[in-house]
Design a protein around this ligand. Structure first.
Ligand SMILES: NC(=O)c1ccc[n+]([C@@H]2O[C@H](COP(=O)([O-])OP(=O)(O)OC[C@H]3O[C@@H](n4cnc5c(N)ncnc54)[C@H](O)[C@@H]3O)[C@@H](O)[C@H]2O)c1
Length: 497
């Protein structure tokens, strides 16, 4: 069995606590790895390494940082398959989804290479009185990143490449359920020439996070995970004077208007609801069908969903893998059973499903629930599994009201051919990311990623321009140059200008 330790100061470090937790292969249910669970002492060692590295990295040139990031990008590119295999082995998602995850993470590394241009600052020269005003952005120091299990490579890559491009050093605490990709990302960063201590990984659970949140040398915390933990992280780290961005959970809706292309809407609903077994913060988990199209849409979704092949992520024939843990699988199943008791029509029931030869895996099939009550737990809670709820609305207004009543506000989409309705939806819906005729509106390019309401605590979305602002702070330097007789330059404008 593999043992996974911490990565501190550019090398593997065994935990002082000696405590370990299990990592299982979700397809077999068998433990494959024992992962170190950090004590406060281990966290302190990682923060100390990051703080020491910051003394030089924080003032290194933008060109030097960018050069490392370019080399890192090339190394990651060469290790796509290896990283994807690590993801599949511990998370369970199918290899093609794991490759897609690595590709998305790589995009952010590329953005980090380019985004350092935003750090060049602005200068305004008030030549008349020999005053220069320079607005610059500087790094914060040591940043802690705490990440969820569902994108064990991509979410860390949303954070540390940009944070270190901005001159910070980083301590990452990945999910204890699938920690190997994060350790590999750190090893490759060292191989690319990142100085020791700039990126550190402490493995562990709540105890490690508790220490990071109060550590006096941690300047900022980036968190991605569930809403209750995001709320707690934001409150605790803020109370200890840290800058915090905490992205939470979601219940993403898709509004299907009567004029929509129903085949396109059904394709989108199926890929967005059941892709990666629904373990995505951008998964569509509620479709709101407006007017008479509901029955036809449900039939189209059912026909497509029934064809999805479920199996081990490493099998190229599999289109959907298992869930992360057995306990999570059982919880998802209980939502399906509860919805039926609370009046939903169960069109597809994925509970009780198993894969021959892999009976101990964390399997569940696809569930499709129609006419779900807005009071039911299946509708109100984030299920984070392959369960799609369908609701009916009488009108566009009725549908948008329903969506806006959700406490979550991560992503949402509308399917329609009516440009006016689409535009109205973009403006009226309460969510951080909105799609028109697209299943999952994940921003790319220099745009940032983040939600509204209970899907985000803190002011900044992640990566993109918001990321640069989060990982830096502004400083304005005003300089009055000496009098001409002291060697200054006076271009002859009135002295009182
Ligand atoms: N908004 C987004 O961009 C986004 C992206 C991906 C995942 N998510 C959300 O993440 C969740 C799934 O991931 P998860 O189950 O790993 O989330 P989680 O909240 O259980 O765990 C996230 C991280 O917090 C740590 N943690 C857990 N409990 C803690 C506690 N009590 N105190 C301190 N730290 C604690 C975990 O070790 C992990 O590193 C879903 O809710 C999903 O929507 C959100």
């Amino acid at each position: 069995m593999k043992t996974l330790d911490h990565w501190i100061g550019g090398k593997t470090v065994e935990g002082a606590s000696g405590n370990h937790g299990p990592v299982t292969d979700p397809a077999t249910g068998a433990q494959t790895t024992r992962v170190a669970l950090a004590s406060a002492e281990d966290v302190d060692a990682a923060v100390a390494a990051a703080q020491a590295a910051y003394q030089t990295w924080g003032t290194s040139s933008l060109a030097a940082r960018t050069a490392v990031l370019f080399r890192y990008r090339a190394l990651l590119d060469a290790h796509r398959d290896e990283l994807a295999a690590l993801i599949t082995a511990e998370h369970g998602k199918v290899h093609s989804d794991a490759l897609g995850e690595v590709a998305r993470g790589l995009e952010i590394v590329e953005l980090a290479c380019g985004i350092t241009t935003q750090l060049k600052g602005e200068l305004s020269t008030q030549v008349s009185n020999r005053v220069d005003v320079a607005a610059i952005r500087q790094p914060l120091g040591v940043v802690a990143g705490i990440t969820p299990f569902n994108f064990p490579a991509m979410v860390p890559m949303w954070m540390f490449p940009l944070a270190i491009a901005c001159g910070n050093t980083f301590v990452l605490k990945p999910s204890e359920k699938d920690p190997s990709p994060a350790i590999r990302l750190a090893e490759l960063a060292t191989e690319a020439g990142l100085p020791d201590g700039v990126l550190n990984v402490v493995n562990g659970d709540k105890a490690a996070v508790d220490r990071l949140l109060v550590h006096p040398d941690v300047a900022a915390v980036s968190f991605v995970g569930s809403t209750p933990i995001a709320r707690h992280i934001h409150a605790t780290a803020s109370a200890h004077g840290k800058r915090v961005q905490a992205l939470g959970g979601a219940k993403n809706h898709m509004l299907v208007l009567p004029d929509a292309d129903l085949d396109a809407a059904a394709d989108a609903a199926v890929s967005a609801a059941y892709g990666s077994a629904g373990e995505r913060c951008m998964a569509i988990s509620a479709v709101v069908a407006v007017g008479p199209v509901g029955d036809e849409l449900v039939a189209k979704i059912r026909d497509r969903a029934e064809k999805i092949k479920i199996g081990p992520g490493g099998d190229p024939a599999s289109e959907m893998g298992p869930l992360i843990t057995r306990a999570h699988r059982d919880k998802v199943a209980s939502y399906v059973h509860g919805a039926a008791e609370q009046g939903a029509e169960v069109v597809l029931d994925g509970t009780g499903f198993t894969v021959e030869g892999y009976e101990d895996g964390h399997w569940i099939g696809l569930s499709l629930l129609d006419r779900v009550s807005t009071d039911s737990d299946a509708y109100r809670d984030e299920i984070f599994g392959p369960v799609l709820c369908v609701l009916r609305a009488d009108s566009y207004e009725d549908g948008v009201r329903l969506i806006n009543e959700s406490p979550f506000g991560n992503g949402t989409a509308v399917f329609t051919r009516d440009g006016g309705a689409a535009r109205r939806f973009q403006l009226e819906v309460q969510a951080g990311m909105v799609g028109v005729n697209v299943p999952i509106p994940v921003p790319v390019g220099y745009h940032s990623f983040g939600g509204w309401k209970d899907s985000l605590f803190g002011d900044h979305h992640i990566y993109g321009n918001d990321g640069v602002h989060f990982y830096t702070r502004g400083k304005v330097v005003t300089t009055r140059w000496p009098n001409p007789e002291d060697g200054g330059v006076d271009l002859g404008f009135p002295k009182n200008h």
